[in-house]
Design a protein around this ligand. Sequence first.
Ligand SMILES: Cc1cc2nc3c(=O)[nH]c(=O)nc-3n(C[C@H](O)[C@H](O)[C@H](O)COP(=O)(O)O)c2cc1C
Length: 207
Amino acid sequence: MTLSAVEVNKLKQAPATEGVLPAVLSRWSPRSFSSREVSAADLRKVFEAARWAASAYNEQPWRFLVGRQGSPTYKKIFSTLIGFNQSWAGSAPVLILGVAGTKFTHNGTANGWGVYDLGASASYLTLQAAALGILTHQMAGFDQEIARKAFEIPADYAFGSVIALGYQGEPTALENEQLIAMETQPRERKALNEFVLSGWGEAADLG
Ligand SMILES: Cc1cc2nc3c(=O)[nH]c(=O)nc-3n(C[C@H](O)[C@H](O)[C@H](O)COP(=O)(O)O)c2cc1C
């Protein structure tokens, strides 16, 4: 028996850890989105959060192309997605394509942190969305060259992810067993001692 959207959302929550921001615990990446629209005010809040991420030299190299379902921008972003992502992402009311400048504005030299900073900004976006009860699903599975041509993105901008954004939908709406199975799987993470180190291969003692 397939779980309901409410049951899945409960299953996907990270275990409550005192002092960790609630949005960090509640964010997860759905593939089923409901038809509920995201208000312009909430979309604005999500980008306002993205705006305040830190960046090298305060370059703020991120640019987000945003399209609502049915718009030419949405259609263009959707057309760049690989088949697997097209099989589910079309239910999202909003699609966003994140790109980052690879040169510093102040002196024209290479900015090796552009995509890093875009990722930070995208994380703020996803967390702000989660705080508003809106879920996001990032995708690397899209064709960068199609995207570059479709939007005439300059050569000195590099690609981050496509982000599907909206409210969670019912898992059964996915109408595909593999997708439903993925939607209802618990989330997994490495233990802290696998990536918080005091030396290479040596777990840090966090007490
Ligand atoms: C940069 C990036 C690229 C991703 N690419 C895809 C993708 O192309 N298709 C997809 O279904 N999920 C994609 N994901 C989603 C990840 O699989 C997902 O975030 C991960 O399994 C952790 O699950 P959670 O976000 O629910 O915690 C991507 C996530 C990130 C951050």
